[in-house]
Design a protein around this ligand. Structure first.
Ligand code: KIV
Length: 271
């Protein structure tokens, strides 16, 4: 008899069931194999290979420069590590807004070349043709509304979205549209908690919030932010669970000192 315990993969259906049960969904970003392995072993429900890789991995100011090839590279590393979590990958800026055929090709490349389980796209009714075409090919799609960083130059600022009634109304309509098209979930980024509550209650698919309050069906954070790897990034919505910048900086300084003072390697650390 085998004692090997099989790990059950989280699916888009499991997320739906979690919403029905009232069990909150935990989602976190990862961009490489080693981090994704830690995140997956910890029991994460969803790993997002976010285009925030453009910021935290590549050092760009915005998410706009990251390419489809680069997203596929990050996603395939994460997929190799994730045994339990559902892996969702951002379609990068420029890979789906132009036309729906191009959007489908981009989504197919992500699924085929990385082995990921779903894609995420920013926008509402204006991307409905692309969302529909991708869904028709059997690829699960997660929506993303509110502060959509790929539109940063339209917004001009990273502050809270949909505080005005017109934008809030459009967001509610977009959420219903994405659900009607067949999206399995929607990220709500940086919108008032009360609006996120209304949207979450109006949908049967789960909402995942970032800076959108406690009524969302789940929460997502960027791993570098919550582990305190990015020094100085402390928006109000962020809970920082560690200060890895200090831990890593201190360890690296100790290593430099040890090399300079010739205390590393010692006799036990050589052959
Ligand atoms: O790219 C990303 O990390 C995201 C999250 C902030 C939701 O889209």
């Amino acid at each position: 008899m085998s004692v090997h315990k099989e790990i059950k993969r989280v699916t888009t259906n499991s997320l739906q069931e979690m919403k029905v049960r009232g069990e909150k969904i935990a989602m976190l970003t990862a961009y490489d194999y080693s981090m994704a392995a830690i995140v997956d072993h910890a029991g994460m429900d969803v790993i997002l290979v976010g285009d925030s890789a453009s910021n935290v991995m590549a050092g760009h100011e915005t998410t706009l420069p990251i390419t489809l090839d680069q997203m596929i590279y990050h996603a395939s590393s994460v997929v190799r590590a994730a045994k339990r979590a559902l892996v969702v990958v951002d379609l990068p800026f420029g890979s789906y807004q132009g036309n729906s055929k191009e959007a489908l090709n981009s989504a197919i490349r992500i699924m085929k070349e990385s082995g990921a389980h779903a894609v995420k796209m920013e926008g509402g009714v204006e991307i409905s043709e692309s969302v529909t075409r991708i869904l028709t090919a059997g690829i699960p799609v997660m929506g993303h509304l509110g502060l959509t960083p790929q539109s940063i130059y339209k917004f001009g600022t990273y502050t809270v979205r949909a505080k005005e009634e017109a934008e809030a109304t459009k967001l509610k309509e977009d959420a219903l549209k994405l659900q009607e098209l067949g999206c399995f979930g929607i990220v709500l980024e940086k919108i008032p908690a009360q609006l996120a509550k209304q949207v979450s209650e109006s949908l049967h698919i789960p909402t995942i919030g970032i800076g959108a309050g406690q009524s969302c069906d789940g929460q997502v954070l960027v791993i570098h932010d919550m582990l305190g790897i990015n020094e100085g990034f402390k928006p109000r919505f962020l809970r920082q669970y560690a200060n890895l910048y200090e831990v890593m900086n201190g360890s690296i300084k100790n290593y430099i000192d040890d090399v300079k003072s010739e205390s590393f390697p010692n006799e036990k650390e050589q052959y």
